[in-house]
Design a binder for this molecule. Structure first.
Ligand code: ADP
Ligand code: FBP
Ligand code: MG
Length: 493
């Protein structure tokens, strides 16, 4: 970008939350101006990453490591039906890769193939952290003790179990999609239905329009089968519809009881998972033999512990079209500046990755909790921010006019265009595996869990651990530093 004429100004990407780490370079000739503009409008550049509450550890205790690991194991234990119903006996799995047909009945007993050993052992584990840092000063180091001692942290491996805790003919499974849209929702719905049918489940329903579908009159459940979902992944959105807000947990569980739902698959983000966990707890309180399994749906990638969530890659890819348009507009205009606003619910991942992918970004601004708070909240209780893109466009124009070099500032907001598209191939695969594993987890008797990908392996995690706070871009992370290296933006802080 340095070789461009001074008449051509930078392209800017920023996510949809509202404060600034204006970590950005621009064309050399415009840098001082942008730096001043930034200092003017970027009043808060604090790191908004919530700090997890670290358990108090006495490192002088020679057994601290094993105590830590025991504590970790307890935290990441995944709730099971037998925690409550201790005498429940499992049956051999009806999931068999060999020759199941969806319509097969179990009149002659459940199929069990002694020779096939493709099941996951309940004691299989996946390593959560895979880097062994030699020093707390190593880039991105996450150390437990001051010496950065290697401490293995294992989580439960996802997949089909040899023994299951539900008889398929007694299952009524429901799927619900909540929150905002995200590419891949239909792929997950489809795969859950297909996998349930392979287990032999015949009663599968979709709850329309998120949690509201449990309570609002006129919203009736949708019967689902392989035939219904066969081609749904070819379009974006959710076959079932989505919503924010809705009934309280007790009403949802009342509705589940009335409908006879004993497996619930909940597709949604932080808020939805908080709801799913509350539903799980309420079912336990009422001693209901119900499995509640989440599939993290967040285009923002703001769920903890996972490599990524489905839809994120697609969003980053789709954002390229907006960025490229902004780039072309800015390059073609006399003193052109392009601004692209990317959503992210205060997490910043779409903006960072889209910047890295495009190679056309001069400045990536995150976070942007900057605009005056309006106290406005959506139906789910999420803060509604003002439009930072409009604000930035206005301030940029004003600033360059004031310094006597009026700029032509073009602003693009592709928010709903990037989340309404269908999933790309890599997200399609992720959705497929997550959907299958959600069903395997429910049949294995787990509840109050969610499925995810950790270090390229699929895992089950207890819901509270993944939503204890939202994940945001860490300004000290290697990825953010790579972004800075790529954009060559100056440090405006
Ligand atoms: N703490 C909570 N407890 C129970 N339900 C919640 C909670 N937070 C949000 N919800 C419900 O979860 C659904 C989706 O939440 P929302 O924040 O809009 O989306 P997302 O799950 O994508 O973050 C809404 O129906 C909302 O009412
Ligand atoms: O306009 P809406 O539907 O409230 O959605 C806006 C929000 O939805 C998202 O796309 C996704 O948010 P959720 O994961 O909470 O559904 C955010 O990035 C964005 O801030
Ligand atoms: Mg959310």
């Amino acid at each position: 970008m340095d070789s461009l004429s001074p008449a051509i100004a930078p392209k800017i990407v920023l996510p949809a939350r509202n404060s600034y780490q204006f970590l950005g370079p621009v064309l050399p000739s415009l840098r001082p101006s942008f730096s001043r503009l930034c200092k003017k409008i970027c009043v808060h550049a604090e790191n908004t990453t919530p700090t997890p509450i670290a358990p108090a550890i006495d490192f002088s205790d020679p057994h601290w490591k094993s105590k830590f690991q025991n504590d970790f194991e307890a935290r990441f234990n995944i709730p099971h039906l037998t925690d409550i119903f201790r005498d429940t006996l499992p049956i051999p799995s009806t999931f068999c890769l060999k020759m199941r047909t969806p319509t097969e009945d179990f009149a002659d007993g459940y199929p069990s193939d002694e020779k096939w050993h493709g099941y996951i052992n309940n004691n299989d584990r996946v390593l959560l952290k895979v880097i062994r840092y030699s020093s707390p000063t190593s880039a991105g180091a996450e150390c437990i003790d001051p010496d950065c001692t290697w401490v293995e942290q294992w989580v439960h491996r996802a997949g089909p179990r040899e023994r299951i805790y539900f008889k398929p003919e007694e299952v009524k499974a429901a799927i619900v999609t909540c929150g905002g849209l995200c590419p891949g929702l239909n792929d997950v719905i489809r795969q859950i239905v297909i996998t349930l049918e392979i287990y032999g489940v015949k009663k599968i329903v979709g709850i329309p329009f998120g949690y509201r579908g449990f309570s609002e009159e006129g919203l009736s459940e949708m019967l689902l089968s392989r035939k219904v979902v066969q081609n749904v992944h070819l379009s974006g959105g959710s076959l079932l519809g989505v919503s924010r807000g809705g009934p309280n947990v007790s009403d949802i569980v009342d509705s589940m009881e009335a409908r006879g739902i004993n497996m619930l698959f909940v597709l949604g983000g932080n808020g939805t998972h908080a709801g799913a966990n509350a539903i799980h707890n309420e079912c336990r309180k009422r001693r209901l033999r119900v499995a509640v399994v989440g599939v993290p749906k967040t285009i923002d990638n703001d769920i903890l512990l996972m490599d990524k969530t489905f839809g994120f890659d697609t969003a980053v890819e789709e954002a390229q079209r907006a960025i490229n348009s902004a780039y072309i507009e800015a390059h073609s205009a006399y003193r052109g500046i392009g601004i692209v606003k990317l959503m992210g619910r205060s997490s910043g991942f779409i903006a960072m990755h889209a910047s890295l992918a495009s190679g056309q970004i001069d400045i990536c601004l995150i976070p942007e909790d900057f605009l005056q708070k309006t106290n406005a909240k959506d139906a789910s209780g999420n803060i509604v921010f003002g439009d930072i893109g409009v604000h930035l466009q206005h301030e940029t124009k004003k600033y360059f006019k004031e310094i006597g070099i009026p700029a032509d500032v073009k602003y693009i907001d592709p928010t709903y265009m990037i989340r309404a598209v269908r999933a790309n191939a890599s997200d399609g695969i992720l959705c497929t595996v997550l959907g299958q594993n959600a069903v395997h987890g429910a049949f294995a008797g787990y509840s109050g869990i969610t499925v995810g990908i950790c270090n390229t392996h699929y895992v089950y995690l207890p819901i509270p651990e993944v939503i204890s706070y939202p994940r945001v871009v860490d300004p000290n992370s290697r990825m953010w530093h790579r972004c800075l290296t790529s954009t060559r933006q100056p440090d405006f802080i």
